[in-house]
Ligand binder design. Structure first.
Ligand code: NDP
Length: 307
């Protein structure tokens, strides 16, 4: 392997320490940030995410409450909970875990969150502020990627950044953040013709398509920086062997746990071409949670601390 590993887990640790220091400063003034998480239904992946968010809050000294609602919850019931959290002066951040079960209108729910408490940055007011380059809350995954690039000393200005994926959560805000930092930005999606020809022009390539190993060595210009947002669970031994030939540690983890995580990038082969690359796990995932904590503390500083 030739690429430098961009250690998202280490950067996330540093961010979490910075957050904890800000929490301590608030504590001196009797202020405790609080994040409320709303989980509707019993999607197993969502349960895991919600638990890890609550644990991360606890470790950072942030109060957190998880509101678990059954999958049959009505739109009106969910909106009533949001209204209650909006009105509660103790609550600094409200996060509705997505996806919501079928039958619930995600946009109507997100629109209902007080934009001053919208730590995920999905409310249209916060999206608008981001578009205009005067962000309040930036969606956590792309915000974390910008922190990683900056803290790893990766230049952005004047470089060609290609983002694969155009979701409201990752792709679009990622493209905007890179654009505001003076990258030349191309956004690809499922209808992009000849994806590899476009991604091969990238100095910075962000893969956020949700497609296992979509980005192979042919998609990457030699020396490019590659950021892998995708999360996929490999449950078949042959997939682990195909994607990670000779990786004894990953193989052992698979044998122990019955699955391993990987991303949208064919890591082993792309690492031979790229100059720097994020791993999965240990890349973008930990940064996402760290930025959620940072957004929550920023909200508390603004709302309760007069910042
Ligand atoms: P979405 O499914 O909402 O969006 C995927 C995007 O990728 C769409 O814009 C889609 O295009 C595009 N796409 C799909 N297939 C292709 C293809 N073959 N070629 C080019 N573009 C394609 O996903 P998210 O943005 O929510 O998440 C993307 C991935 O990132 C997932 O694996 C998810 O699990 C992971 N994720 C990880 C996080 C982390 O913390 N590490 C946080 C959030 C997500 P179109 O618009 O045309 O359909």
């Amino acid at each position: 392997m030739t690429a430098r590993i961009l250690d998202g887990a280490a950067v996330a640790r540093t961010i979490r320490e910075e957050v904890a220091a800000r929490v301590s400063e608030l504590a001196v003034r009797g202020i405790r940030p609080r994040l409320d998480v709303v989980l509707v239904g019993d999607d197993p992946a969502s349960q895991v995410y919600v638990r890890s968010k609550a644990r991360a809050c606890e470790r950072a000294g942030i109060a957190s409450e998880t509101h678990r609602l059954p999958a049959e919850t009505s739109q009106a019931e969910l909106e009533a909970l949001i209204d209650r959290l909006d009105a509660d002066p103790e609550v600094d951040g409200i996060l509705v875990q997505l996806p919501l079960p079928p039958g619930l209108d995600t946009h109507r729910v997100l629109d209902r969150i007080d934009p001053e408490k919208d730590v995920d940055g999905f409310h249209p007011e916060n999206v608008g502020l981001l578009v205009q380059g005067r962000p309040r809350f930036v969606p956590c995954t792309p915000a974390g990627i910008m922190e990683l690039l900056d803290r790893e000393g990766i230049a952005i200005e004047g470089r060609h950044a290609v983002v694969v994926g155009r979701s409201d959560i990752v792709g679009k805000p990622m493209a905007l953040l890179l654009l505001h930092r003076h990258a030349t930005v191309t956004v690809c999606h499922s209808r992009t013709a000849d994806l590899a020809a476009v991604t091969r022009r990238a100095d910075i390539l962000v893969a956020a398509a949700g497609r296992l190993a979509l980005v192979g060595p042919d998609h990457v210009k030699p020396g490019a920086v590659v950021v892998d947002v995708g999360i996929h669970r490999l449950t078949e031994r042959q997939d682990v062997e195909r994607l990670f030939p000779g990786d004894a540690a990953r193989r052992a983890r698979f044998e122990e746990k019955g699955s391993v995580l990987t991303g949208d990038v064919d890591f082993v082969r792309v690492a031979e071409v790229a100059s720097a690359i994020t791993p999965v796990p240990g890349g973008v995932g930990p940064l996402t949670i760290a930025m959620l904590l940072a957004n929550t503390v920023a909200s508390a500083e603004r709302r309760k601390g007069g910042a």
